[in-house]
Write a protein that binds this ligand. Sequence first.
Ligand code: ZN
Length: 245
Amino acid sequence: MSAFDSAVGNGVDAERPARREFKARGSFVTRCERCQLPVLNCLCPYQVKAESVAQVWLLTHRMEHYKPTNTGRLIRDVITSTQVFTWYRTAPDAQLAALLEDPRYAPFVIFPDDQPDYADRVVDIEAVHAAKHEARIPVFIILDGTWRQARRMFRKSAYLDALPVLPLRTERETRYRLRKPASKTHLCTAEVAIELLRQSEDTHAADLLDDYFEVFNDSYAASRLHHKIDPPTAAMQRLLLLQGA
Ligand SMILES: [Zn+2]
């Protein structure tokens, strides 16, 4: 298995209603209402926007929305075209289903190619470049949940069945520090998007998102130790410069 937030998830997969107050570790601290980080290391000063040719559409399991450690939201913060859909087992998202019919887009489901029954749908990054040559907008559909949730979303969403499957191939090892990964090769959701954008030559967007992810990662980890990051890290300084630009 590779390349999902999911794969580093906490195994919470039960069908229970999401609560507004998710009892995450450290939930007693005062959080910034905008970025959800402890105010000690608020992320807001580092939020920059980037344009990309390829788009990311997140299909997010409803349990993920309430986890402050979720990294899918970082993609939405930075890449302006990002769309977020909530996945429900019983009700397919009508808006997403309609968008998948829109010929302007070339959607790819990001999923490992480790099962034989959909091998005929598996493509590589060349298919993304080919879509761009046809003046279509490549779309990376990332299943945002625990590994078990992502697998269910993949298997139980009929509107994804006709789409090409793009496995992420990368040498990158995860730098995500907020959930324990089963393996270093299991990337979190933001890291999956960063590598896909990089491979599809949206380099600037990938670099900004990578810096923003790093700031999130460092800030969150420091806050767990009640430590304020000061002076700003190199990634923080790069983002602050862009803010002033
Ligand atoms: Zn904030």
